[in-house]
Each structure stands twice: as C-alpha cells, then as structure tokens.
Design a protein around this ligand. Sequence first.
Ligand code: ADP
Length: 161
Amino acid sequence: MDKSAIFPGSFDPFTIGHESIVRRALPMFDKIIIMVGFNANKKSFFSLEKRVKWINQVFQNEKKIEVRVHEGLTVDFCKEVGARYILRGLRTSSDFEYERAIAQVNKKMHPEIETIFLLTLPEHTPVNATIIRDIVFHGGDASMFLPKGLDLDEFKPETKK
Ligand code: ADP
C-alpha cells in the first residue's frame, strides 16, 4: 500500500515555509496530498481557486504531490483517501502547543493516524501567512516569502489592481 501523508492548511497564501516542509517530507512518503481547507463560513484573503492554482504551479513537476480541497475535518479526509499520516510544520513554541492539542485529540479519536512534525528551517521561522497578507494588502513586496516562479501580479489584492 502507498504510504500517503496529508499536509493540511489554509495556505492563504502558500509560502516558502510550506514549500520547504513539503519538499523535505517527500523522501519519507510515496505521496503527499496537500489539502487546502475550505470553510464556507470563513472568508479567505486569496480565493480558493488562486490558492489551489499556486500550489499546483509550485509542484507541477513533482509526481508524488497532489492538491485537493476539503471542507471538514482533516481526519475524515485521511480516511477518504486512505492516508495514515498528517504532516505539520512547527515554527515556535506557540505552534507546538496548538499542534500538540490537535494531534493528541486526533490520535484519541483515530489511533491509526499519526501526525508527523518537521521543525521549520531557522530562516523560515518568521514566515507567516498573516504577515504576508498584511504586506500584500498594504502594497508591499512579499516576493521573498513566496515560492519562486509564481506570477506576482496575481497576489495584488483585487481592490489595488
Ligand atoms: P493552518 O491554518 O491549518 O494553521 P497554515 O496554512 O497556516 O494552516 O499552515 C499549514 C501548516 O504549515 C501548519 O502545520 C503550520 O504550522 C505550517 N507552517 C506555516 N508556516 C510555516 C513556516 N514558515 N515554516 C514551517 N511550517 C510552517
């Protein structure tokens, strides 16, 4: 059976920090499914279409990666696609506390699913989607925090085009 991992997140937007976690995890799995979380009650900054498109562009030459959209619990998605691993990145102690609770609750409810954590590279510790959205919103240049090869014009907020 394929060893598959789910990398769930809102990816609003997908950053060099996310990209690095996925690339470093690739040798450990046969397949990584990047699950873009969709919440009908929560408005994202970038549209779902753009977020999915950018991740597909970043990994267009990587056969082991698939990008999917899911509304609901990550563990339900794991069952749907037959994945036993959830991949998450850790930057800080507050990430750790937040992730610890989710992973332990998931483990209690679904003992067969393991959450695997990779520590961020030191240079990616401050890379945070919230800060990037703020830079973009105020017309700043966030390109150094975004994966290479994307069309930066697409990151401009609709109202500022
Ligand atoms: P969520 O909304 O579920 O927190 P995010 O899109 O913010 O989703 O992040 C998805 C995953 O990527 C989380 O495990 C998060 O800790 C991790 N992550 C976010 N930014 C970085 C970064 N700069 N370096 C490493 N991991 C990161």
